[in-house]
Design a protein around this ligand. Structure first.
Ligand SMILES: CC(C)(COP(=O)(O)OP(=O)(O)OC[C@H]1O[C@@H](n2cnc3c(N)ncnc32)[C@H](O)[C@@H]1OP(=O)(O)O)[C@@H](O)C(=O)NCCC(=O)NCCS
Length: 188
């Protein structure tokens, strides 16, 4: 039996972070992270305009958690609840069995272990949702991102070659990481 983000109790606290759901009051600070081209050099999406960001708001509310450190937005965590891959005849049993995580740390909060702390919390959140597997991916050149995944104990499961088209026009390598519920021992 798995749960959605709506079924969990918010906010959650880690050593330094208060992790909670998105509210309309957060729109301005989140936009600062989501619309910053340099910060999003290696992320899936950068919003080109405030209108584009506003149009996606409901999807962001459903999938994004905010992490405040001393009352200031330090990072966000994407928690995408998905179906795991399965053979077609057992698809019902794979439904909702996986979470994909993604994260961005505000420039002022980088270099202090915040991503590591947040992704650890993300793993706990995902496994509290009852899923079988958590995965995350990054461009191979995004050293900071894959180091975080290694630090929290995720396993590198794939190195894909020049399969990721970047907005720089080049095809880049990607890394895929994962952790299974039975491998998750670390308390937040
Ligand atoms: C990558 C990012 C999440 C790292 O956040 P952070 O809070 O600074 O990371 P942490 O402090 O927890 O660092 C974890 C490890 O990664 C290393 N690291 C962090 N940024 C790094 C970088 N740019 N290059 C090399 N190593 C880096 C740290 O040194 C640390 O390793 P160590 O303990 O061995 O020293 C942050 O720089 C960021 O948000 N970048 C832009 C968005 C992004 O790329 N998100 C990920 C998309 S997949």
């Amino acid at each position: 039996m798995h749960r959605s983000l709506d079924d969990l109790i918010w906010p959650r606290r880690t050593e330094r972070l208060t992790v909670g759901r998105l509210t309309p009051e957060d729109a301005d600070v989140l936009w600062e992270l989501k619309g910053d081209l340099e910060l999003n050099r290696w992320t899936t999406r950068v919003y080109a305009s405030r209108e584009e960001f506003r149009a996606d708001w409901d999807a962001l509310v459903a999938t994004h958690l905010l992490a405040h450190w001393d009352g200031r937005l330090a990072a966000y965590l994407m928690v995408k609840h998905q179906d795991a891959w399965s053979q077609a005849d057992v698809a019902e049993h794979a439904r909702g069995q996986q979470v994909e995580l993604g994260w961005v740390v505000a420039p002022w909060a980088q270099g202090c272990g915040i991503a590591t702390e947040l992704v650890r919390a993300g793993l706990s959140i995902a496994f509290d949702m009852g899923v079988h597997r958590v995965e995350a991916g990054c461009f191979a050149e995004n050293t900071g991102s894959w180091k975080v995944m290694e630090k929290v104990g995720m396993r590198r499961e794939s190195h894909t070659v020049r399969d990721c088209l970047h907005r720089d026009g080049q095809w880049h390598d990607g890394y895929g990481y994962a952790m299974l519920a039975e491998e998750h021992r670390q308390p937040v």
